[in-house]
Structure formats: structure tokens, C-alpha cells
Design a binder for this molecule. Sequence first.
Ligand code: ZN
Length: 174
Amino acid sequence: MPVRNVVLYPDERLRKKCRRVKEVNDEVLRLIEDMVETMYAERGVGLAAPQIGVNRRVIVVHAHQAEDDPRSRLLGIVNPEIVERGQSSEFDEEGCLSIPGIRGDVLRHTEIVIEALDHEGDEIRLKLNEFEARVFQHEMDHLDGILFTDHLDGLTREVLLRQYEVQQAEEKGK
Ligand SMILES: [Zn+2]
């Protein structure tokens, strides 16, 4: 199960709408395994397939990673759709493995219901709330080519992305 390289902004592969998975076969299972390894290696709480350069509607999420947290669960999810959204939304800080080093406040629904296939290809319906719901919304955005910075107001986005570009240039210069 190799750790894959994470695709970094402004790579165009992050802007593509991803294709649905027709069948959850061994290839998809291997993709999910690689995504899990990559997510843990990068200390992320979620990862979407386009972030390792794969144009498929697949995400992995492990929002509460502390072993003693009763909410701790690792999910490999295929073709997720939001079928219900709760009334309330809240702002909280987000970051992204594809735009490392910057964080911004994003408004998300605090409760959603999704329908999807799990890693075995079974149809599932999940009610998600709080942080896990936030991670799902962030990762599902990736499947439509949307990044968390797209949700920020114009000036905040410009300032943060400028910071990011400077940091990336410094990284390359090292
Ligand atoms: Zn992200």
C-alpha cells in the first residue's frame, strides 16, 4: 500500500469534476487503501481521489483519530451525494493537504445526510454532524473541483493564496 504524492494547488487536476465509480472492484479498493495510507502519512483527516491525481468520486475520512474517542471511525466512501442538509451552519477553520500552510474560516452545514457506496460496494446512508460533517463537505467539494479557498471572500482568498505562493517559492528555493 504505497503512499502517493499529494497534488498541490494550482495543479489543474484539482479543478476537474470527477467521474462516478461504476463498480467497487479491487482497483477501487486499492485506490482507497492508498488514499488511507497517504492521509495518515500527511496527518490529514480526509482525502479525495483528485488529491492524488485520480479523477474518481472517492473520498476517505477519519475525522476523530484519537483511539479513545468513541466517534473514531475510518470511512472509505464512493460516489457520495448529500441528500439532506440541516438548518444550521457554522464557520470554522479549515486547511487542505493540497494547499499546505494556509487556513481559513469556511461556513458549512453542521448536519448532513449522505448516500454513497462503502468500500465493499454496499449502499449506505450516513447521518453526519459537526466536525465529521465538515470534513465530508470539504472532501466532497474536491470531487467537483472546488477548494476551501473558493468559499472565502475575495480579499481573504487573495491574501492567503499570495502567502501560499511565497511559501511554495521558498520551499523550492531550499
Ligand atoms: Zn482539501
